[in-house]
Design a protein around this ligand. Structure first.
Ligand code: PXP
Length: 241
């Protein structure tokens, strides 16, 4: 049964538009859990454009399921993760000028440095995931680094307007999942997934978790957060049939 981990960054994006107090991503996370989310994920960005340190601290104390922290592989974030002790950390590339995470982390040639970087997380009992493109050499590097999970970047698939390009990107993801499994890596998917484009993954039982934010929050504005999360949980539940 695949698991839905809801990203609540965009609740914070709306709050930060006015630099005020509402809507609160901590309250949103609790509602997501009540609606059936099996985990909550936030990306504490270096520029703090959405999630704030205060959010992460409160979420660590209030999330009843699993808290995942998405972060860049910097010294500052390493210290915050060790202090916060989330269930899982997911390393992502980060550029200040990007609108959202634009591609996977480059692990090739950085195996030793990244292995050293994640070692304290493992010592502290956290799981480590690397957000990567579905490229064989990135998957092999993730294995060499000693990650527990890879989160395969689905953004290129999700963004493809052309049917043939989308099919090619889908095929690359399937090949990546297969290779990751052979390397004893658990597989999560994330980025750009919505209520329609997630469906083709139904026939891939190896996928452990789906990390989804924007489409759920977009639907929530129109129909409410409870219904938006339940609709996605329902779709993923259908995958198990
Ligand atoms: N996974 C990663 C690594 C991400 O950076 C993001 C976006 O913050 C997501 C998943 C969620 O993507 P989306 O908001 O498009 O569902």
């Amino acid at each position: 049964m695949p698991i839905l981990v809801v990203n609540v960054d965009h609740v914070a994006t709306l709050r930060q538009a006015r630099r005020g107090h509402e809507p609160d991503p901590v309250t949103a996370a609790a509602l997501c859990e009540l609606a059936g989310a099996a985990g909550i994920i936030v990306h504490l960005r270096e520029d703090r454009r959405h999630i704030q340190d205060r959010d992460l601290e409160l979420l660590r104390r209030t999330v009843q399921t699993h808290l995942h922290l998405e972060m860049a592989a910097t010294g500052e974030m390493q210290a915050i993760a060790l202090k916060t002790d989330p269930y899982m950390v997911c390393l992502v590339p980060e550029k200040r000028e990007e609108l959202t995470t634009e591609g996977g982390l480059n692990c090739v040639g950085r195996e030793k440095a990244l292995a050293e970087y994640i070692a304290p997380f493992h010592q502290a009992g956290m799981l480590v995931s690397l957000f990567i493109d579905a490229e064989p050499r990135q998957i092999e590097a993730a294995r060499a680094i000693g990650a527990d999970y890879v989160e395969i970047h689905t953004g290129h698939y999700a963004d493809a307007m052309d049917r043939d390009i989308r099919a090619t990107e889908f095929g690359k993801i399937l090949t990546g999942i297969d290779l990751a499994q052979k390397q004893d890596l658990q597989v999560n998917l994330g980025h750009g997934l919505n209520y329609v484009n997630v469906a083709p993954f139904a026939r891939v039982p190896a996928i452990r978790e789906y990390s989804i934010g924007h489409s759920i929050m977009s639907r929530a504005i129109l129909v409410g957060l409870d219904r938006a999360v339940k609709d996605m949980v329902e779709i993923l539940r259908g995958f198990a049939d």
